[in-house]
Ligand binder design. Structure first.
Ligand SMILES: Nc1ncnc2c1ncn2[C@@H]1O[C@H](COP(=O)(O)OP(=O)(O)OP(=O)(O)O)[C@@H](O)[C@H]1O
Length: 352
Protein backbone atom coordinates (compact mmCIF):
# COMPACT_ATOMS: atom_id res chain seq x y z
CA UNK A 1 0.00 0.00 0.00
CA UNK A 2 1.20 3.46 -0.78
CA UNK A 3 1.88 5.65 2.21
CA UNK A 4 -0.49 8.56 2.66
CA UNK A 5 0.51 11.85 1.10
CA UNK A 6 -0.56 14.55 3.53
CA UNK A 7 -0.53 17.28 0.88
CA UNK A 8 -2.99 15.35 -1.29
CA UNK A 9 -5.09 14.02 1.52
CA UNK A 10 -7.07 17.16 2.25
CA UNK A 11 -10.03 16.11 4.30
CA UNK A 12 -9.47 12.38 3.80
CA UNK A 13 -9.22 10.10 6.78
CA UNK A 14 -5.63 8.86 7.13
CA UNK A 15 -5.56 5.42 8.62
CA UNK A 16 -2.69 4.57 10.97
CA UNK A 17 -1.05 1.30 10.03
CA UNK A 18 1.57 -0.25 12.30
CA UNK A 19 2.17 3.00 14.15
CA UNK A 20 4.26 4.99 11.68
CA UNK A 21 2.78 4.46 8.23
CA UNK A 22 -0.56 5.92 7.21
CA UNK A 23 -2.73 4.93 4.27
CA UNK A 24 -5.15 7.41 2.79
CA UNK A 25 -8.27 5.79 1.48
CA UNK A 26 -8.80 6.38 -2.21
CA UNK A 27 -12.55 6.42 -1.59
CA UNK A 28 -13.93 7.41 1.76
CA UNK A 29 -17.72 7.70 2.05
CA UNK A 30 -19.44 8.28 5.33
CA UNK A 31 -23.22 8.44 5.75
CA UNK A 32 -23.47 9.22 2.05
CA UNK A 33 -26.93 10.09 0.76
CA UNK A 34 -28.56 11.51 -2.32
CA UNK A 35 -32.21 12.37 -2.68
CA UNK A 36 -34.18 13.45 -5.72
CA UNK A 37 -37.52 15.15 -6.04
CA UNK A 38 -39.66 13.68 -8.78
CA UNK A 39 -43.19 14.17 -10.05
CA UNK A 40 -45.64 11.27 -9.98
CA UNK A 41 -49.33 10.65 -10.64
CA UNK A 42 -51.61 11.50 -13.55
CA UNK A 43 -50.98 14.70 -15.52
CA UNK A 44 -53.62 16.85 -13.83
CA UNK A 45 -52.87 15.63 -10.33
CA UNK A 46 -49.10 15.65 -10.38
CA UNK A 47 -47.51 15.24 -6.96
CA UNK A 48 -43.92 15.82 -6.04
CA UNK A 49 -42.27 13.14 -3.97
CA UNK A 50 -38.82 12.71 -2.52
CA UNK A 51 -36.82 9.64 -3.52
CA UNK A 52 -33.76 8.56 -1.57
CA UNK A 53 -31.59 6.97 -4.24
CA UNK A 54 -28.70 6.47 -1.81
CA UNK A 55 -29.09 6.46 1.98
CA UNK A 56 -26.53 6.45 4.71
CA UNK A 57 -23.87 4.55 2.76
CA UNK A 58 -20.51 4.19 4.51
CA UNK A 59 -17.58 2.41 2.89
CA UNK A 60 -13.97 3.05 2.05
CA UNK A 61 -11.56 1.68 -0.51
CA UNK A 62 -7.84 1.40 0.15
CA UNK A 63 -5.19 1.96 -2.54
CA UNK A 64 -4.73 -1.04 -4.82
CA UNK A 65 -8.08 -2.70 -4.08
CA UNK A 66 -10.48 -3.93 -6.76
CA UNK A 67 -13.99 -3.59 -5.37
CA UNK A 68 -17.27 -4.57 -7.01
CA UNK A 69 -20.11 -2.14 -6.25
CA UNK A 70 -23.14 -4.29 -6.83
CA UNK A 71 -26.88 -4.28 -6.47
CA UNK A 72 -30.13 -4.92 -8.29
CA UNK A 73 -31.59 -2.47 -10.84
CA UNK A 74 -32.47 0.84 -9.25
CA UNK A 75 -30.40 0.10 -6.13
CA UNK A 76 -28.45 3.35 -6.38
CA UNK A 77 -25.21 2.27 -8.06
CA UNK A 78 -25.17 4.87 -10.83
CA UNK A 79 -26.13 7.59 -8.38
CA UNK A 80 -23.16 6.60 -6.21
CA UNK A 81 -20.84 6.55 -9.24
CA UNK A 82 -22.04 10.01 -10.22
CA UNK A 83 -21.28 11.29 -6.72
CA UNK A 84 -17.85 9.65 -6.71
CA UNK A 85 -16.94 11.31 -9.98
CA UNK A 86 -18.38 14.70 -9.01
CA UNK A 87 -21.27 14.72 -11.51
CA UNK A 88 -23.79 14.82 -8.63
CA UNK A 89 -23.37 16.41 -5.22
CA UNK A 90 -24.42 14.33 -2.20
CA UNK A 91 -27.37 15.67 -0.25
CA UNK A 92 -26.05 14.02 2.92
CA UNK A 93 -22.86 12.70 4.39
CA UNK A 94 -19.21 13.12 3.66
CA UNK A 95 -17.34 11.95 0.59
CA UNK A 96 -13.67 12.14 -0.32
CA UNK A 97 -12.13 10.61 -3.42
CA UNK A 98 -8.33 10.81 -3.67
CA UNK A 99 -8.61 13.21 -0.74
CA UNK A 100 -10.83 15.60 -2.73
CA UNK A 101 -14.47 16.57 -2.46
CA UNK A 102 -15.69 15.37 -5.86
CA UNK A 103 -18.53 17.79 -6.62
CA UNK A 104 -16.54 20.85 -5.51
CA UNK A 105 -13.13 19.84 -6.85
CA UNK A 106 -14.19 18.09 -10.01
CA UNK A 107 -11.40 19.39 -12.24
CA UNK A 108 -8.66 18.42 -9.82
CA UNK A 109 -10.31 15.07 -9.31
CA UNK A 110 -10.51 14.45 -13.07
CA UNK A 111 -6.71 14.49 -13.18
CA UNK A 112 -6.59 11.71 -10.59
CA UNK A 113 -9.31 9.32 -11.77
CA UNK A 114 -10.29 7.52 -14.95
CA UNK A 115 -13.93 6.80 -15.69
CA UNK A 116 -15.49 4.38 -18.17
CA UNK A 117 -19.22 3.97 -18.65
CA UNK A 118 -19.85 0.80 -20.62
CA UNK A 119 -23.08 2.13 -22.09
CA UNK A 120 -21.60 5.27 -23.60
CA UNK A 121 -18.30 6.28 -25.03
CA UNK A 122 -16.10 9.24 -24.18
CA UNK A 123 -14.40 8.96 -27.56
CA UNK A 124 -15.16 11.20 -30.52
CA UNK A 125 -17.57 9.27 -32.69
CA UNK A 126 -16.39 10.56 -36.07
CA UNK A 127 -12.66 10.61 -35.39
CA UNK A 128 -10.21 7.77 -35.79
CA UNK A 129 -9.35 6.24 -32.44
CA UNK A 130 -5.80 7.63 -32.66
CA UNK A 131 -7.10 11.22 -32.92
CA UNK A 132 -9.47 10.67 -30.00
CA UNK A 133 -6.53 9.59 -27.89
CA UNK A 134 -4.57 12.67 -28.95
CA UNK A 135 -7.47 14.92 -27.94
CA UNK A 136 -7.59 13.21 -24.56
CA UNK A 137 -3.91 14.05 -24.16
CA UNK A 138 -4.70 17.76 -24.60
CA UNK A 139 -7.74 17.61 -22.29
CA UNK A 140 -5.65 16.19 -19.48
CA UNK A 141 -2.54 18.22 -20.40
CA UNK A 142 -0.35 15.12 -20.56
CA UNK A 143 3.10 16.04 -21.90
CA UNK A 144 4.02 14.71 -25.31
CA UNK A 145 6.74 12.28 -24.21
CA UNK A 146 4.61 10.73 -21.44
CA UNK A 147 1.67 10.50 -23.85
CA UNK A 148 3.76 8.76 -26.50
CA UNK A 149 5.07 6.23 -23.99
CA UNK A 150 1.66 5.51 -22.39
CA UNK A 151 -0.10 5.39 -25.74
CA UNK A 152 2.41 2.88 -27.06
CA UNK A 153 2.06 0.76 -23.91
CA UNK A 154 -1.74 0.83 -23.90
CA UNK A 155 -1.89 0.19 -27.65
CA UNK A 156 0.18 -2.93 -27.14
CA UNK A 157 -1.59 -4.20 -24.01
CA UNK A 158 -5.08 -3.54 -25.35
CA UNK A 159 -4.14 -4.58 -28.90
CA UNK A 160 -5.44 -1.35 -30.40
CA UNK A 161 -2.91 -1.25 -33.28
CA UNK A 162 -5.09 -2.76 -36.04
CA UNK A 163 -7.86 -0.19 -35.58
CA UNK A 164 -6.13 3.02 -34.45
CA UNK A 165 -6.96 4.58 -37.84
CA UNK A 166 -10.63 3.46 -37.74
CA UNK A 167 -13.34 6.02 -36.87
CA UNK A 168 -14.83 5.20 -33.49
CA UNK A 169 -18.32 4.76 -34.99
CA UNK A 170 -17.00 1.80 -37.02
CA UNK A 171 -15.46 -0.05 -34.09
CA UNK A 172 -17.05 -3.15 -32.62
CA UNK A 173 -18.29 -2.79 -29.05
CA UNK A 174 -15.27 -4.70 -27.71
CA UNK A 175 -12.81 -2.58 -29.71
CA UNK A 176 -14.55 0.60 -28.60
CA UNK A 177 -14.43 -0.48 -24.97
CA UNK A 178 -10.68 -1.13 -25.25
CA UNK A 179 -10.32 2.34 -26.78
CA UNK A 180 -12.34 3.85 -23.93
CA UNK A 181 -10.13 2.12 -21.39
CA UNK A 182 -7.01 3.48 -23.08
CA UNK A 183 -8.51 6.99 -23.06
CA UNK A 184 -9.34 6.68 -19.35
CA UNK A 185 -5.79 5.58 -18.51
CA UNK A 186 -3.67 7.92 -20.63
CA UNK A 187 -3.26 10.36 -17.74
CA UNK A 188 -2.26 7.47 -15.45
CA UNK A 189 -5.02 7.87 -12.85
CA UNK A 190 -4.74 6.24 -9.44
CA UNK A 191 -8.43 5.27 -9.41
CA UNK A 192 -10.43 3.71 -12.21
CA UNK A 193 -14.22 3.89 -11.91
CA UNK A 194 -15.98 1.49 -14.26
CA UNK A 195 -19.72 1.32 -14.81
CA UNK A 196 -20.58 -1.99 -16.52
CA UNK A 197 -17.25 -2.31 -18.37
CA UNK A 198 -18.11 -5.59 -20.11
CA UNK A 199 -21.78 -5.02 -20.90
CA UNK A 200 -22.77 -6.45 -24.27
CA UNK A 201 -19.34 -7.95 -24.99
CA UNK A 202 -18.69 -11.48 -26.20
CA UNK A 203 -16.84 -13.97 -24.01
CA UNK A 204 -13.44 -13.34 -25.63
CA UNK A 205 -13.68 -9.54 -25.34
CA UNK A 206 -14.88 -9.79 -21.74
CA UNK A 207 -11.94 -11.95 -20.87
CA UNK A 208 -9.46 -9.58 -22.58
CA UNK A 209 -10.83 -6.61 -20.60
CA UNK A 210 -10.75 -8.50 -17.31
CA UNK A 211 -7.17 -9.70 -17.81
CA UNK A 212 -6.07 -6.20 -18.73
CA UNK A 213 -7.66 -4.74 -15.58
CA UNK A 214 -6.04 -7.37 -13.37
CA UNK A 215 -2.67 -6.65 -14.91
CA UNK A 216 -3.07 -2.91 -14.51
CA UNK A 217 -4.00 -3.38 -10.87
CA UNK A 218 -1.10 -5.77 -10.18
CA UNK A 219 1.58 -3.83 -12.04
CA UNK A 220 0.64 -0.23 -11.29
CA UNK A 221 -1.47 -0.59 -8.17
CA UNK A 222 -4.41 1.16 -9.84
CA UNK A 223 -7.42 1.05 -7.54
CA UNK A 224 -10.58 -0.10 -9.31
CA UNK A 225 -14.23 0.32 -8.36
CA UNK A 226 -16.67 -1.27 -10.76
CA UNK A 227 -20.38 -1.84 -11.09
CA UNK A 228 -21.49 -4.87 -13.02
CA UNK A 229 -24.38 -7.26 -13.40
CA UNK A 230 -21.99 -9.91 -14.67
CA UNK A 231 -21.00 -12.45 -12.06
CA UNK A 232 -18.03 -13.44 -14.25
CA UNK A 233 -16.59 -9.94 -13.81
CA UNK A 234 -17.06 -10.17 -10.07
CA UNK A 235 -15.54 -13.64 -9.80
CA UNK A 236 -12.50 -12.83 -11.89
CA UNK A 237 -11.81 -9.34 -10.64
CA UNK A 238 -13.16 -8.63 -7.19
CA UNK A 239 -11.97 -10.03 -3.91
CA UNK A 240 -14.28 -7.63 -2.15
CA UNK A 241 -17.82 -6.59 -2.98
CA UNK A 242 -20.01 -3.84 -1.62
CA UNK A 243 -23.70 -4.49 -2.22
CA UNK A 244 -26.40 -1.87 -2.03
CA UNK A 245 -30.10 -2.48 -2.15
CA UNK A 246 -32.81 0.20 -2.12
CA UNK A 247 -30.04 2.74 -1.63
CA UNK A 248 -28.70 1.20 1.56
CA UNK A 249 -25.49 -0.68 2.17
CA UNK A 250 -26.42 -4.35 2.41
CA UNK A 251 -23.08 -6.13 2.43
CA UNK A 252 -19.41 -5.28 2.49
CA UNK A 253 -16.97 -8.17 2.39
CA UNK A 254 -15.56 -11.08 0.40
CA UNK A 255 -17.40 -12.71 -2.48
CA UNK A 256 -17.23 -16.07 -0.72
CA UNK A 257 -18.97 -14.65 2.34
CA UNK A 258 -21.68 -13.21 0.09
CA UNK A 259 -22.18 -16.56 -1.62
CA UNK A 260 -22.13 -18.47 1.66
CA UNK A 261 -24.94 -16.22 2.85
CA UNK A 262 -27.03 -17.10 -0.17
CA UNK A 263 -26.01 -20.17 -2.20
CA UNK A 264 -27.61 -19.73 -5.59
CA UNK A 265 -28.31 -22.60 -8.00
CA UNK A 266 -27.84 -22.65 -11.74
CA UNK A 267 -30.82 -22.97 -14.04
CA UNK A 268 -31.23 -25.28 -17.01
CA UNK A 269 -33.48 -23.76 -19.68
CA UNK A 270 -35.03 -26.56 -21.75
CA UNK A 271 -36.76 -26.02 -25.10
CA UNK A 272 -38.99 -29.02 -25.87
CA UNK A 273 -40.34 -29.93 -29.28
CA UNK A 274 -43.87 -29.31 -27.93
CA UNK A 275 -45.48 -27.91 -24.78
CA UNK A 276 -45.64 -30.40 -21.89
CA UNK A 277 -46.35 -30.58 -18.18
CA UNK A 278 -43.56 -29.68 -15.76
CA UNK A 279 -40.52 -31.92 -16.25
CA UNK A 280 -39.81 -34.18 -13.29
CA UNK A 281 -36.25 -35.41 -12.91
CA UNK A 282 -33.99 -36.06 -9.93
CA UNK A 283 -31.56 -33.28 -9.14
CA UNK A 284 -33.73 -30.46 -10.46
CA UNK A 285 -36.96 -28.63 -9.76
CA UNK A 286 -39.07 -27.09 -12.51
CA UNK A 287 -39.69 -23.51 -11.48
CA UNK A 288 -41.30 -22.08 -14.61
CA UNK A 289 -43.11 -23.35 -17.71
CA UNK A 290 -43.91 -21.19 -20.73
CA UNK A 291 -45.22 -23.17 -23.72
CA UNK A 292 -42.46 -25.54 -24.84
CA UNK A 293 -39.83 -23.77 -22.68
CA UNK A 294 -39.15 -24.86 -19.09
CA UNK A 295 -36.78 -23.58 -16.42
CA UNK A 296 -35.24 -26.19 -14.11
CA UNK A 297 -33.43 -25.08 -10.99
CA UNK A 298 -30.53 -27.48 -10.34
CA UNK A 299 -30.22 -28.74 -6.81
CA UNK A 300 -26.42 -28.55 -6.79
CA UNK A 301 -23.78 -26.91 -8.91
CA UNK A 302 -21.15 -29.60 -9.61
CA UNK A 303 -20.75 -30.69 -13.22
CA UNK A 304 -22.13 -34.22 -12.46
CA UNK A 305 -25.50 -32.82 -11.40
CA UNK A 306 -25.73 -30.88 -14.65
CA UNK A 307 -24.88 -33.84 -16.86
CA UNK A 308 -27.22 -36.22 -14.97
CA UNK A 309 -30.13 -33.82 -15.27
CA UNK A 310 -29.39 -33.16 -18.96
CA UNK A 311 -29.30 -36.91 -19.77
CA UNK A 312 -32.47 -37.60 -17.76
CA UNK A 313 -34.35 -34.82 -19.55
CA UNK A 314 -33.07 -35.91 -22.98
CA UNK A 315 -34.07 -39.56 -22.31
CA UNK A 316 -37.67 -38.69 -21.51
CA UNK A 317 -38.44 -35.72 -23.74
CA UNK A 318 -37.90 -34.53 -27.30
CA UNK A 319 -35.48 -31.69 -26.62
CA UNK A 320 -34.79 -28.97 -29.20
CA UNK A 321 -32.33 -26.89 -27.18
CA UNK A 322 -30.72 -26.69 -23.73
CA UNK A 323 -29.06 -23.69 -22.10
CA UNK A 324 -27.32 -23.59 -18.75
CA UNK A 325 -27.84 -20.23 -17.08
CA UNK A 326 -25.34 -19.15 -14.44
CA UNK A 327 -26.80 -17.20 -11.55
CA UNK A 328 -26.12 -13.53 -11.96
CA UNK A 329 -25.39 -11.21 -9.14
CA UNK A 330 -29.03 -10.16 -8.95
CA UNK A 331 -29.96 -13.76 -8.18
CA UNK A 332 -27.37 -13.90 -5.40
CA UNK A 333 -28.53 -10.63 -3.89
CA UNK A 334 -32.24 -11.46 -4.29
CA UNK A 335 -31.71 -14.79 -2.55
CA UNK A 336 -29.83 -13.10 0.24
CA UNK A 337 -32.89 -11.02 0.96
CA UNK A 338 -35.44 -13.76 0.35
CA UNK A 339 -33.83 -15.70 3.16
CA UNK A 340 -34.30 -12.70 5.41
CA UNK A 341 -30.85 -13.20 6.87
CA UNK A 342 -28.89 -10.70 8.76
CA UNK A 343 -26.49 -9.73 6.05
CA UNK A 344 -22.96 -10.11 7.34
CA UNK A 345 -20.58 -7.18 7.15
CA UNK A 346 -16.87 -7.57 7.19
CA UNK A 347 -14.41 -4.80 7.94
CA UNK A 348 -12.81 -3.25 4.90
CA UNK A 349 -9.43 -4.79 4.09
CA UNK A 350 -6.66 -2.67 5.50
CA UNK A 351 -8.86 -1.28 8.24
CA UNK A 352 -7.00 -1.95 11.40
N1 LIG B 1 -32.30 12.26 -11.70
C1 LIG B 1 -33.14 11.50 -11.00
N2 LIG B 1 -34.36 11.97 -10.64
C2 LIG B 1 -35.21 11.21 -9.90
N3 LIG B 1 -34.94 9.95 -9.51
C3 LIG B 1 -33.74 9.42 -9.85
C4 LIG B 1 -32.78 10.16 -10.61
N4 LIG B 1 -31.69 9.36 -10.79
C5 LIG B 1 -31.95 8.18 -10.19
N5 LIG B 1 -33.18 8.22 -9.61
C6 LIG B 1 -33.82 7.13 -8.86
O1 LIG B 1 -32.89 6.70 -7.88
C7 LIG B 1 -32.94 5.27 -7.73
C8 LIG B 1 -31.55 4.70 -7.97
O2 LIG B 1 -31.20 4.86 -9.34
P1 LIG B 1 -29.77 4.44 -9.92
O3 LIG B 1 -29.77 4.83 -11.37
O4 LIG B 1 -28.71 4.98 -9.08
O5 LIG B 1 -29.82 2.86 -9.76
P2 LIG B 1 -28.83 1.74 -10.34
O6 LIG B 1 -28.48 0.87 -9.19
O7 LIG B 1 -27.71 2.37 -11.07
O8 LIG B 1 -29.76 0.95 -11.34
P3 LIG B 1 -29.38 0.19 -12.74
O9 LIG B 1 -28.63 -1.05 -12.37
O10 LIG B 1 -30.73 -0.12 -13.28
O11 LIG B 1 -28.60 1.15 -13.57
C9 LIG B 1 -33.99 4.79 -8.73
O12 LIG B 1 -35.21 4.65 -8.03
C10 LIG B 1 -34.07 5.90 -9.74
O13 LIG B 1 -35.37 5.97 -10.31
Amino acid sequence: MRPGRPGLARGAAPLPIHGELTVTFVIDAHGLGRGFVRSTGPLLRRRRERVSAVRDVTFSVAPGEIVGYLGPNGAGKSTTMKMLTGILAPTRGRLRVCGLEPSRQRTRLAARIGVVFGQRTTLWWDLPLRDSLTLVRHLYRVDAAAHAARSAELTELLELGPFLATPVRQLSLGQRMRGDLAAALLHDPELLVLDEPTIGLDVVSKSAIREFLLRRNAERGTTILLTTHDLGDVERLCRRVVVIDHGRLAFDGGLDALRAGAPTPRTLVVDLAAPAGPIEVAGARTVRVEGPRQWLELSGNPAEVVSEVVSAVARRHAVVDLTLREPDIEDVVARLYARGRDVPREPAPGAG
